[in-house]
Write a protein that binds this ligand. Structure first.
Ligand code: DGL
Length: 275
């Protein structure tokens, strides 16, 4: 195995949401080593200023650098949307955010060119999804809706299909998507796939849901393949999960995202928060 291909895939998010990308990465490429950072002490990012989000993201990347990372995945919709134009990575490493892969999948899926984007306030405010969609389909109608209550609901485990409070909130948020008759809905925040049962139920079977985390994982597989960087390890790779707050609390959520059969370790860590 050459040295570069033996490196890990480094993934980060503000919390547990990015595990939707990890789940898909592990399913597609079980032999890869994956290191994940969930910045649980500072979640949510989506209500913070651009400057703060950028500062946090750079610190998250700095932490991951210790793990011989061959590709970074910004599994946070907010960071991906707010920092699309910022050259934050050293030129040598491959990286992807979740925005472009999700947009490409949505543009391929839509038939009526009416695409909805649900995400955090910072993501919707950035306008980045609309810009990226219209770069592919210039006359697309893009409907954005911030759903700030979804992240705390997911982080607190209110994800089951029959959770009345989540359903009520989701109905309110999604009303505009139904009114605008979108046929494709991007879950632009990586926490939201945990609510996909409820969202799918409300939107109906004719609306295609796009998980930004899962699309980023597929995209990463294509990029690693293209660059001849897939691991040729025969056995399963390791999955190291780090969080910046209590590992116990984080672990409770991890199982909901990854299921019982995945092997992983969870550790709490300090990230360098020096200015
Ligand atoms: N998973 C993050 C995102 O995709 C969570 C949002 C947040 O931290 O506010 O945006």
């Amino acid at each position: 195995m050459n040295d570069s291909s033996s490196g890990a895939i480094g993934v980060f998010d503000s919390g547990v949401g990015g595990l939707t990308a990890v789940k898909e990465l592990h399913r597609l490429m079980p032999n890869e080593n994956i290191v994940y950072l969930g910045d649980t002490a500072r979640v949510p990012y989506g209500t913070k200023s651009k400057e703060t989000i950028r500062k946090y993201a750079l610190q998250d990347i700095e932490f991951l650098k210790k793990y011989n990372v061959k590709m970074y995945i910004v599994a946070c919709g907010t960071v991906s949307a707010v920092m699309t134009t910022s050259p934050v990575f050293d030129g040598e490493k491959l990286y992807t955010g979740v925005l472009l892969p999700a947009v490409q999948a949505a543009c391929a899926a839509t038939k009526n060119k009416r695409i909805g984007v649900i995400a955090t306030s910072a993501t919707v405010k950035s306008g980045s999804y609309g810009k990226a969609i219209r770069a592919i389909i210039p006359d697309a109608k893009v409907v954005g809706k911030a759903c700030p209550m979804f992240v705390p609901l997911v982080e607190n485990g209110y994800t089951s299909k029959d959770c009345t409070v989540t359903r009520l909130i989701a109905e309110e948020y999604l009303e505009v998507m139904k009114k605008e008759q979108v046929d494709t809905l991007i879950l632009g925040c990586t926490h939201y796939p945990l609510l996909s049962d409820i969202i799918a139920d409300i939107m109906g079977e004719n609306v295609k849901l796009i998980s930004s985390g899962a699309e980023a994982a597929k995209y990463a597989q294509a990029v690693l393949t293209e660059n001849n960087l897939l691991s040729d390890r025969k056995e399963n790779g390791w999955l190291k999960l780090f969080c910046t707050d209590s590992a116990e609390m984080f672990s409770e959520n991890v199982e909901t995202f990854l299921g019982k059969s995945t092997n992983y370790t969870v550790e709490s860590c300090m990230i360098d928060s020096a200015e």
